[in-house]
Design a protein around this ligand. Structure first.
Ligand code: CTP
Length: 396
Protein backbone atom coordinates (compact mmCIF):
# COMPACT_ATOMS: atom_id res chain seq x y z
CA UNK A 1 0.00 0.00 0.00
CA UNK A 2 2.93 2.34 0.51
CA UNK A 3 4.68 1.69 -2.78
CA UNK A 4 6.29 4.86 -4.07
CA UNK A 5 5.74 6.77 -0.82
CA UNK A 6 8.58 8.47 1.02
CA UNK A 7 8.17 8.29 4.77
CA UNK A 8 10.43 10.09 7.21
CA UNK A 9 10.58 8.47 10.64
CA UNK A 10 11.81 10.87 13.32
CA UNK A 11 13.19 9.18 16.41
CA UNK A 12 13.77 11.10 19.64
CA UNK A 13 15.39 9.99 22.88
CA UNK A 14 13.04 7.58 24.60
CA UNK A 15 13.21 3.90 25.43
CA UNK A 16 10.39 3.22 22.93
CA UNK A 17 12.92 3.97 20.16
CA UNK A 18 13.52 0.23 19.84
CA UNK A 19 9.91 -0.22 18.70
CA UNK A 20 10.52 2.22 15.86
CA UNK A 21 13.03 -0.22 14.38
CA UNK A 22 10.11 -2.60 13.83
CA UNK A 23 8.00 0.25 12.44
CA UNK A 24 10.73 1.02 9.89
CA UNK A 25 10.85 -2.65 8.85
CA UNK A 26 7.08 -2.75 8.42
CA UNK A 27 7.11 0.41 6.32
CA UNK A 28 9.82 -1.10 4.12
CA UNK A 29 7.80 -4.31 3.74
CA UNK A 30 4.85 -2.22 2.54
CA UNK A 31 7.08 -0.75 -0.18
CA UNK A 32 7.86 2.68 1.31
CA UNK A 33 11.13 4.54 0.89
CA UNK A 34 12.03 5.19 4.53
CA UNK A 35 14.42 7.81 5.87
CA UNK A 36 15.18 7.90 9.56
CA UNK A 37 16.16 11.14 11.28
CA UNK A 38 17.38 10.74 14.86
CA UNK A 39 18.02 13.27 17.57
CA UNK A 40 21.38 13.01 19.32
CA UNK A 41 19.72 11.60 22.44
CA UNK A 42 17.92 8.93 20.39
CA UNK A 43 21.30 7.53 19.31
CA UNK A 44 21.93 6.66 22.98
CA UNK A 45 19.04 4.16 22.80
CA UNK A 46 19.40 2.66 19.31
CA UNK A 47 22.33 3.08 16.96
CA UNK A 48 21.90 4.77 13.57
CA UNK A 49 23.37 1.61 12.04
CA UNK A 50 20.32 -0.38 13.16
CA UNK A 51 17.98 2.03 11.38
CA UNK A 52 20.25 2.18 8.33
CA UNK A 53 20.19 -1.59 8.03
CA UNK A 54 16.41 -1.71 8.35
CA UNK A 55 15.63 1.29 6.12
CA UNK A 56 18.35 0.78 3.51
CA UNK A 57 18.99 4.53 3.65
CA UNK A 58 21.51 6.63 5.54
CA UNK A 59 20.24 7.58 8.96
CA UNK A 60 20.63 11.28 9.66
CA UNK A 61 21.32 12.71 13.07
CA UNK A 62 23.91 15.38 12.47
CA UNK A 63 22.73 18.64 10.93
CA UNK A 64 26.18 19.49 9.60
CA UNK A 65 27.31 16.15 8.28
CA UNK A 66 28.77 16.71 4.79
CA UNK A 67 28.36 13.18 3.49
CA UNK A 68 24.78 13.32 2.32
CA UNK A 69 22.66 12.43 -0.64
CA UNK A 70 20.78 15.67 -1.21
CA UNK A 71 22.04 19.26 -1.39
CA UNK A 72 20.31 21.07 1.43
CA UNK A 73 19.26 17.94 3.22
CA UNK A 74 16.66 19.26 5.65
CA UNK A 75 14.80 21.04 2.86
CA UNK A 76 15.04 18.22 0.32
CA UNK A 77 13.95 15.61 2.84
CA UNK A 78 11.05 17.82 3.95
CA UNK A 79 10.03 18.20 0.28
CA UNK A 80 10.47 14.52 -0.58
CA UNK A 81 8.41 13.26 2.36
CA UNK A 82 4.84 12.14 1.76
CA UNK A 83 4.49 11.81 5.53
CA UNK A 84 6.59 12.31 8.63
CA UNK A 85 6.05 10.37 11.83
CA UNK A 86 7.93 11.16 15.01
CA UNK A 87 7.93 8.03 17.17
CA UNK A 88 8.72 8.13 20.00
CA UNK A 89 8.23 11.85 20.54
CA UNK A 90 9.61 13.17 23.81
CA UNK A 91 8.09 16.07 25.77
CA UNK A 92 11.14 18.07 24.75
CA UNK A 93 10.57 17.45 21.03
CA UNK A 94 6.86 18.28 21.35
CA UNK A 95 7.72 21.53 23.15
CA UNK A 96 10.11 22.49 20.36
CA UNK A 97 7.61 21.63 17.62
CA UNK A 98 4.96 23.71 19.42
CA UNK A 99 7.22 26.74 19.40
CA UNK A 100 8.85 26.49 16.02
CA UNK A 101 12.27 25.73 17.42
CA UNK A 102 14.60 24.17 14.87
CA UNK A 103 17.88 23.37 16.57
CA UNK A 104 18.67 19.96 15.11
CA UNK A 105 18.00 18.01 11.92
CA UNK A 106 14.67 16.55 13.04
CA UNK A 107 13.08 19.79 14.25
CA UNK A 108 14.41 21.55 11.15
CA UNK A 109 12.91 18.98 8.78
CA UNK A 110 9.62 19.19 10.70
CA UNK A 111 9.50 22.97 10.40
CA UNK A 112 10.25 22.83 6.68
CA UNK A 113 7.77 20.03 5.84
CA UNK A 114 4.29 20.60 4.44
CA UNK A 115 3.23 16.93 4.33
CA UNK A 116 1.05 15.20 6.99
CA UNK A 117 2.91 15.01 10.30
CA UNK A 118 2.17 12.38 12.93
CA UNK A 119 3.52 12.47 16.45
CA UNK A 120 3.50 9.54 18.89
CA UNK A 121 4.26 10.89 22.38
CA UNK A 122 5.97 8.43 24.74
CA UNK A 123 7.03 9.49 28.22
CA UNK A 124 6.39 9.16 31.93
CA UNK A 125 2.71 9.77 32.87
CA UNK A 126 3.46 12.84 34.98
CA UNK A 127 5.40 14.39 32.10
CA UNK A 128 2.59 13.54 29.70
CA UNK A 129 -0.09 14.94 31.98
CA UNK A 130 1.90 18.07 32.82
CA UNK A 131 -0.16 21.08 31.64
CA UNK A 132 2.86 22.36 29.72
CA UNK A 133 3.02 19.14 27.66
CA UNK A 134 -0.77 19.08 27.23
CA UNK A 135 -0.74 22.70 26.03
CA UNK A 136 2.07 21.89 23.61
CA UNK A 137 0.15 18.89 22.27
CA UNK A 138 -2.93 21.07 21.74
CA UNK A 139 -0.78 23.64 19.98
CA UNK A 140 0.80 21.17 17.55
CA UNK A 141 -2.67 19.79 16.76
CA UNK A 142 -3.74 23.34 15.91
CA UNK A 143 -0.71 23.48 13.62
CA UNK A 144 -2.03 20.40 11.81
CA UNK A 145 -0.06 17.60 13.47
CA UNK A 146 -1.95 14.39 14.19
CA UNK A 147 -1.19 13.27 17.74
CA UNK A 148 -1.38 9.51 18.28
CA UNK A 149 -2.59 9.00 21.81
CA UNK A 150 -0.23 6.98 23.99
CA UNK A 151 -1.46 3.76 25.58
CA UNK A 152 -1.77 3.07 29.27
CA UNK A 153 0.33 0.45 31.04
CA UNK A 154 3.51 -0.25 32.92
CA UNK A 155 6.11 2.31 31.86
CA UNK A 156 9.86 1.81 31.64
CA UNK A 157 10.32 3.96 34.75
CA UNK A 158 8.18 1.52 36.77
CA UNK A 159 5.14 3.83 36.97
CA UNK A 160 1.74 2.74 35.66
CA UNK A 161 -0.29 5.08 33.55
CA UNK A 162 -0.61 6.80 30.21
CA UNK A 163 2.55 7.32 28.22
CA UNK A 164 3.38 4.08 26.40
CA UNK A 165 4.03 4.38 22.70
CA UNK A 166 1.49 2.29 20.73
CA UNK A 167 2.81 -0.86 19.06
CA UNK A 168 4.37 -0.49 15.59
CA UNK A 169 1.33 -2.18 14.00
CA UNK A 170 -0.91 0.54 15.46
CA UNK A 171 1.43 3.30 14.26
CA UNK A 172 1.40 1.75 10.81
CA UNK A 173 -2.40 1.92 10.78
CA UNK A 174 -2.26 5.66 11.57
CA UNK A 175 0.18 6.12 8.68
CA UNK A 176 -2.01 4.16 6.26
CA UNK A 177 -5.08 6.14 7.31
CA UNK A 178 -3.26 9.46 6.94
CA UNK A 179 -2.18 8.59 3.40
CA UNK A 180 -5.55 7.29 2.19
CA UNK A 181 -7.73 9.59 0.12
CA UNK A 182 -10.81 10.58 2.12
CA UNK A 183 -13.40 9.86 -0.56
CA UNK A 184 -15.97 8.64 1.98
CA UNK A 185 -15.78 11.66 4.29
CA UNK A 186 -19.22 12.61 5.58
CA UNK A 187 -20.77 9.22 4.83
CA UNK A 188 -22.30 7.14 7.55
CA UNK A 189 -21.53 3.46 7.05
CA UNK A 190 -22.98 0.50 8.91
CA UNK A 191 -21.26 -2.89 8.60
CA UNK A 192 -22.29 -6.20 10.12
CA UNK A 193 -19.77 -8.97 10.63
CA UNK A 194 -19.17 -12.32 12.23
CA UNK A 195 -21.48 -15.13 13.24
CA UNK A 196 -24.47 -15.03 15.54
CA UNK A 197 -24.97 -17.40 18.47
CA UNK A 198 -28.45 -18.78 19.08
CA UNK A 199 -28.87 -20.10 22.61
CA UNK A 200 -30.14 -23.65 23.18
CA UNK A 201 -29.68 -23.30 26.93
CA UNK A 202 -27.34 -21.17 29.08
CA UNK A 203 -24.41 -23.43 28.06
CA UNK A 204 -24.91 -24.36 24.39
CA UNK A 205 -25.65 -22.46 21.22
CA UNK A 206 -25.97 -22.83 17.45
CA UNK A 207 -23.49 -20.85 15.37
CA UNK A 208 -21.48 -21.02 12.12
CA UNK A 209 -17.89 -20.77 10.90
CA UNK A 210 -17.84 -17.03 10.10
CA UNK A 211 -14.58 -15.42 11.27
CA UNK A 212 -15.87 -11.88 10.71
CA UNK A 213 -12.75 -10.97 8.70
CA UNK A 214 -14.51 -9.77 5.55
CA UNK A 215 -16.88 -7.46 7.44
CA UNK A 216 -14.08 -6.13 9.63
CA UNK A 217 -12.02 -5.28 6.55
CA UNK A 218 -14.97 -3.40 5.03
CA UNK A 219 -15.29 -1.38 8.24
CA UNK A 220 -11.50 -0.89 8.25
CA UNK A 221 -11.37 0.27 4.61
CA UNK A 222 -14.35 2.62 5.01
CA UNK A 223 -12.82 4.19 8.15
CA UNK A 224 -9.50 4.63 6.30
CA UNK A 225 -11.41 6.47 3.59
CA UNK A 226 -12.92 8.85 6.13
CA UNK A 227 -16.41 7.39 6.66
CA UNK A 228 -18.15 7.42 9.99
CA UNK A 229 -18.27 3.67 10.60
CA UNK A 230 -20.32 1.53 12.98
CA UNK A 231 -19.57 -2.18 13.04
CA UNK A 232 -22.26 -4.43 14.46
CA UNK A 233 -20.33 -7.56 15.29
CA UNK A 234 -21.14 -11.05 16.44
CA UNK A 235 -18.60 -12.83 18.67
CA UNK A 236 -15.17 -12.87 16.96
CA UNK A 237 -11.53 -12.86 18.02
CA UNK A 238 -10.80 -9.74 15.94
CA UNK A 239 -9.81 -6.35 17.27
CA UNK A 240 -11.71 -3.20 16.34
CA UNK A 241 -10.14 -1.31 13.42
CA UNK A 242 -8.94 2.23 14.04
CA UNK A 243 -11.72 4.86 14.08
CA UNK A 244 -14.50 2.27 13.97
CA UNK A 245 -17.14 2.15 16.65
CA UNK A 246 -18.16 -1.41 17.44
CA UNK A 247 -21.47 -2.63 18.79
CA UNK A 248 -21.19 -6.17 20.15
CA UNK A 249 -24.14 -8.48 19.73
CA UNK A 250 -24.67 -12.20 20.31
CA UNK A 251 -27.87 -13.44 18.67
CA UNK A 252 -29.63 -12.67 15.40
CA UNK A 253 -32.37 -10.93 17.45
CA UNK A 254 -29.71 -8.63 18.98
CA UNK A 255 -28.35 -7.94 15.51
CA UNK A 256 -31.83 -7.17 14.23
CA UNK A 257 -32.33 -4.55 16.96
CA UNK A 258 -28.88 -3.01 16.49
CA UNK A 259 -29.23 -2.73 12.70
CA UNK A 260 -32.88 -1.76 12.32
CA UNK A 261 -32.46 1.06 14.84
CA UNK A 262 -29.41 2.49 13.02
CA UNK A 263 -30.32 1.80 9.38
CA UNK A 264 -32.45 4.93 8.76
CA UNK A 265 -29.45 7.17 9.60
CA UNK A 266 -27.04 5.19 7.42
CA UNK A 267 -25.85 6.12 3.92
CA UNK A 268 -24.34 2.73 3.16
CA UNK A 269 -25.03 -0.63 4.73
CA UNK A 270 -22.84 -3.72 4.21
CA UNK A 271 -24.29 -6.89 5.67
CA UNK A 272 -21.36 -9.27 5.78
CA UNK A 273 -22.53 -11.07 8.94
CA UNK A 274 -23.48 -14.73 8.76
CA UNK A 275 -26.81 -14.44 10.51
CA UNK A 276 -28.54 -17.59 11.71
CA UNK A 277 -31.66 -18.33 9.69
CA UNK A 278 -33.09 -20.47 12.50
CA UNK A 279 -33.03 -20.17 16.27
CA UNK A 280 -34.17 -22.56 19.02
CA UNK A 281 -37.89 -21.93 19.48
CA UNK A 282 -37.82 -22.17 23.22
CA UNK A 283 -34.31 -21.86 24.71
CA UNK A 284 -34.10 -23.45 28.15
CA UNK A 285 -33.28 -21.19 31.07
CA UNK A 286 -31.40 -24.05 32.78
CA UNK A 287 -28.78 -26.47 31.53
CA UNK A 288 -30.41 -29.36 29.65
CA UNK A 289 -29.40 -32.69 31.14
CA UNK A 290 -28.71 -35.60 28.81
CA UNK A 291 -30.83 -38.71 28.82
CA UNK A 292 -30.66 -41.98 26.88
CA UNK A 293 -33.24 -40.67 24.36
CA UNK A 294 -32.58 -38.84 21.12
CA UNK A 295 -32.97 -35.08 21.32
CA UNK A 296 -34.71 -32.79 18.82
CA UNK A 297 -34.58 -29.06 19.21
CA UNK A 298 -37.44 -27.23 17.49
CA UNK A 299 -36.16 -24.23 15.51
CA UNK A 300 -38.05 -21.19 14.33
CA UNK A 301 -37.09 -18.76 11.57
CA UNK A 302 -35.20 -15.61 12.55
CA UNK A 303 -36.16 -12.29 11.07
CA UNK A 304 -34.30 -11.45 7.85
CA UNK A 305 -32.57 -8.21 8.74
CA UNK A 306 -31.33 -7.48 5.24
CA UNK A 307 -34.77 -7.99 3.71
CA UNK A 308 -36.22 -5.63 6.33
CA UNK A 309 -33.74 -2.81 5.66
CA UNK A 310 -34.08 -3.44 1.90
CA UNK A 311 -37.87 -3.06 2.15
CA UNK A 312 -37.48 0.22 4.07
CA UNK A 313 -34.63 1.59 1.98
CA UNK A 314 -34.50 5.38 1.92
CA UNK A 315 -33.66 7.41 -1.19
CA UNK A 316 -29.96 7.44 -2.02
CA UNK A 317 -29.11 4.71 0.46
CA UNK A 318 -26.85 1.90 -0.73
CA UNK A 319 -27.51 -1.56 0.63
CA UNK A 320 -25.09 -4.39 0.00
CA UNK A 321 -25.67 -8.00 0.98
CA UNK A 322 -23.45 -11.06 0.97
CA UNK A 323 -24.12 -14.51 -0.34
CA UNK A 324 -22.00 -17.50 0.39
CA UNK A 325 -23.10 -20.48 -1.62
CA UNK A 326 -21.88 -23.94 -2.43
CA UNK A 327 -24.06 -24.41 -5.56
CA UNK A 328 -25.37 -22.12 -8.34
CA UNK A 329 -23.51 -19.12 -6.91
CA UNK A 330 -24.47 -16.41 -9.39
CA UNK A 331 -28.07 -17.51 -9.87
CA UNK A 332 -28.74 -17.74 -6.13
CA UNK A 333 -26.94 -14.48 -5.38
CA UNK A 334 -28.82 -12.53 -8.07
CA UNK A 335 -32.10 -13.91 -6.75
CA UNK A 336 -31.20 -12.54 -3.29
CA UNK A 337 -30.33 -9.14 -4.80
CA UNK A 338 -33.80 -8.87 -6.28
CA UNK A 339 -35.75 -10.43 -3.44
CA UNK A 340 -34.16 -8.26 -0.76
CA UNK A 341 -34.16 -5.01 -2.82
CA UNK A 342 -30.36 -4.59 -2.71
CA UNK A 343 -28.03 -2.40 -4.76
CA UNK A 344 -25.25 -4.95 -4.70
CA UNK A 345 -24.51 -8.43 -3.50
CA UNK A 346 -21.05 -9.85 -2.93
CA UNK A 347 -21.13 -13.50 -3.86
CA UNK A 348 -18.52 -16.05 -2.95
CA UNK A 349 -18.40 -19.77 -3.20
CA UNK A 350 -17.20 -21.86 -0.31
CA UNK A 351 -15.84 -24.28 -2.90
CA UNK A 352 -13.41 -21.77 -4.51
CA UNK A 353 -9.77 -21.96 -3.45
CA UNK A 354 -8.76 -18.73 -1.69
CA UNK A 355 -12.33 -17.87 -0.65
CA UNK A 356 -14.23 -18.63 2.51
CA UNK A 357 -14.38 -17.98 6.20
CA UNK A 358 -11.08 -18.08 7.98
CA UNK A 359 -8.50 -17.03 5.35
CA UNK A 360 -7.13 -13.56 4.60
CA UNK A 361 -8.10 -13.74 0.92
CA UNK A 362 -11.42 -13.91 -0.83
CA UNK A 363 -12.72 -14.50 -4.34
CA UNK A 364 -15.80 -12.33 -4.70
CA UNK A 365 -18.14 -11.61 -7.58
CA UNK A 366 -19.93 -8.27 -7.31
CA UNK A 367 -23.45 -8.41 -8.61
CA UNK A 368 -25.39 -5.21 -9.17
CA UNK A 369 -28.65 -4.60 -11.03
CA UNK A 370 -26.87 -4.53 -14.38
CA UNK A 371 -23.35 -5.83 -13.81
CA UNK A 372 -21.50 -8.97 -12.78
CA UNK A 373 -17.88 -8.24 -11.89
CA UNK A 374 -15.44 -10.95 -10.91
CA UNK A 375 -12.84 -9.48 -8.58
CA UNK A 376 -10.60 -12.56 -8.56
CA UNK A 377 -8.44 -13.61 -5.63
CA UNK A 378 -7.54 -10.59 -3.49
CA UNK A 379 -6.80 -9.99 0.17
CA UNK A 380 -9.94 -9.28 2.15
CA UNK A 381 -8.79 -5.66 2.58
CA UNK A 382 -8.31 -5.22 -1.18
CA UNK A 383 -11.68 -6.88 -1.76
CA UNK A 384 -13.21 -4.44 0.76
CA UNK A 385 -11.81 -1.44 -1.12
CA UNK A 386 -13.19 -2.74 -4.44
CA UNK A 387 -16.62 -3.24 -2.83
CA UNK A 388 -16.52 0.34 -1.51
CA UNK A 389 -15.38 1.68 -4.92
CA UNK A 390 -18.43 0.06 -6.51
CA UNK A 391 -20.77 1.32 -3.77
CA UNK A 392 -19.51 4.88 -4.31
CA UNK A 393 -19.96 4.49 -8.07
CA UNK A 394 -23.57 3.32 -7.65
CA UNK A 395 -24.26 6.22 -5.27
CA UNK A 396 -23.24 8.87 -7.83
N1 CTP B 1 -29.11 -12.02 6.47
C1 CTP B 1 -29.81 -11.20 7.32
N2 CTP B 1 -30.67 -11.72 8.23
C2 CTP B 1 -30.86 -13.04 8.31
C3 CTP B 1 -30.17 -13.90 7.44
C4 CTP B 1 -29.29 -13.35 6.52
O1 CTP B 1 -29.62 -9.98 7.27
N3 CTP B 1 -31.70 -13.52 9.21
C5 CTP B 1 -28.21 -11.41 5.47
C6 CTP B 1 -26.75 -11.76 5.62
O2 CTP B 1 -26.06 -10.83 6.44
C7 CTP B 1 -26.25 -11.72 4.19
C8 CTP B 1 -27.46 -12.18 3.39
O3 CTP B 1 -28.58 -11.89 4.21
O4 CTP B 1 -25.93 -10.42 3.76
C9 CTP B 1 -27.41 -13.64 3.13
O5 CTP B 1 -28.59 -13.97 2.47
P1 CTP B 1 -29.48 -15.24 2.85
O6 CTP B 1 -30.54 -15.32 1.85
O7 CTP B 1 -30.01 -15.21 4.20
O8 CTP B 1 -28.44 -16.35 2.72
P2 CTP B 1 -28.27 -17.57 3.62
O9 CTP B 1 -28.40 -17.21 5.08
O10 CTP B 1 -27.00 -18.21 3.25
O11 CTP B 1 -29.57 -18.41 3.28
P3 CTP B 1 -29.95 -19.42 2.08
O12 CTP B 1 -30.24 -20.65 2.80
O13 CTP B 1 -31.13 -18.79 1.46
O14 CTP B 1 -28.78 -19.49 1.13
Amino acid sequence: MLKGKTIVVGVTGGIAAYKSVILVSELKKQGANVHVVMTKNATEFVTPLTFETRSGNRCISDMFERNFEYDVKHISLAKAADLIIVAPATANFIAKAAHGIADDMLTTVILAAKCPKLVAPAMNTAMYENPATQDNLKKIQEYGFEVIEPNEGLLACGDEGKGKMPEPSELLEHILYALTEKDMQGLSVLVTAGPTQEAIDPVRYITNHSSGKMGYEIAHAAAMRGADVTLVSGPTALSVPLNVSRVDITSSADMYDAVVQRAPKTDMLFKAAAVADYTPADPADHKLKKSDDELSIPLTRTRDILAEVGANKKAGQIICGFAMETEDLLKNARAKLEKKNLDMICANSLRTEGAGFAGDTNVVTLITKDETIELGKLTKLETAHRILDKALEIRK
